[in-house]
Design a protein around this ligand. Sequence first.
Ligand SMILES: Cc1cc2nc3c(=O)[nH]c(=O)nc-3n(C[C@H](O)[C@H](O)[C@H](O)COP(=O)(O)OP(=O)(O)OC[C@H]3O[C@@H](n4cnc5c(N)ncnc54)[C@H](O)[C@@H]3O)c2cc1C
Length: 383
Amino acid sequence: MTRWDAEAAVVGLGAWGAAALWRLASRGVDVVGFERFTPGHAFGPAHGGSHALRVAGPGHPGLVPLARRSRELWPELEDSGGESLFVPCGGLVVGPEGGPVVGGTLRAARAHGVPVRTFTASALRFQYPRHTGVPAHHMGVWEPSAGLVRPERAVRTAVAVAEEAGARVYADSRVTVVEPVPGGIRLHTAERSLRVRQVVVTAGPWLPALLPGLPLETVRAPVTWWRPLEPGDDFGPEAFPAFARELEDGRVLWGDGARAGDGIRLGLDGGCGVAKPVDPEGADRSVVPDDWADLARLLPAKVPGLEPLPARVAAGTRTRTPDGLYLLGRPGGDPRVVVAGGDDAHGLAHAPGVGEALADLVQGVRGDDPAAAPGFLSPDRFA
Ligand SMILES: Cc1cc2nc3c(=O)[nH]c(=O)nc-3n(C[C@H](O)[C@H](O)[C@H](O)COP(=O)(O)OP(=O)(O)OC[C@H]3O[C@@H](n4cnc5c(N)ncnc54)[C@H](O)[C@@H]3O)c2cc1C
């Protein structure tokens, strides 16, 4: 008879894998986790001090149940881990009413009954004076249930709580091969080989290297931190909450005033250093002026009061699918393998909901919960 080293393994303890490990271990599943670095590291996307959570995100409206469930689960993880992980500071989106950012948010809010408040451009100028140059035909949408998650702390806490619940964790342990064997999976690292009945692969930008053939592409996604010109200037989360702002040319300026790290986190989707494909294994982490030059040019007109150059720049990565939505499910229907990958800039906020959906898949729990591994995220949808 085959002997298994664990019922399930989670490969990659970043945002999603740490959450899956937590949900599995807290349900009493015999689970083991592998992380190639130290959990909470800065080499993947789940770092930078603060990540925004919106329940009514501007992406696919079907993600709202996942976001809502995550919004419920973050406080549960805070309680279990005794750590503050979520800052309930609300969130703002700005842009033309019919654009992807504001239009998408309003559609999601209406479809799922998420309370939001709308502002005209002039009311917005009064309420959030840090945002300038908002054209008269743009508007703002305020979501009080939005907020900020602390990414590094969230990952570390989920792993620690999972360990307390019985999960075994191999940190600094890179899985080199995920080998299907009859009835299960054999995982290989340089130090050991383990046999498990099921594997959850949540390797973020490194996922395609472990499971080739998934429709994923990793691209550069620089992020920058800025300091106020006047040290006393209030750019805190109340005055300058988490925001996404569609500009007149369609690019999206985003950020927040959490100031958990080196300053105010800002990014520009559609900027010139963004979205160039990279190999995450050999990813060049050096930064170039292209990573911040567009931002430096537009900030004086859009968010004045910041130093002309960023205090810090990081060459982050995003892992995209052809439709910009996650992959979440069993590729090819394989009963031994569950994957979650591909992020559309909301992945950290959705981590507890994704972790729960992954645990449901491992345990074969489906129910009629709309947050449970929705079919539109199937890894086989492009086949
Ligand atoms: C610039 C930027 C800004 C963002 N802003 C936000 C935001 O405001 N709000 C939000 O919700 N999301 C945001 N995101 C997205 C969010 O960070 C990601 O969606 C999330 O971190 C993805 O989680 P993941 O678990 O898939 O990947 P990761 O967090 O990268 O985790 C993958 C883990 O797998 C490990 N691993 C890889 N290969 C192996 C292996 N062979 N063996 C063992 N371990 C392995 C890695 O070391 C890593 O720890 C942003 C992303 C970027 C780049």
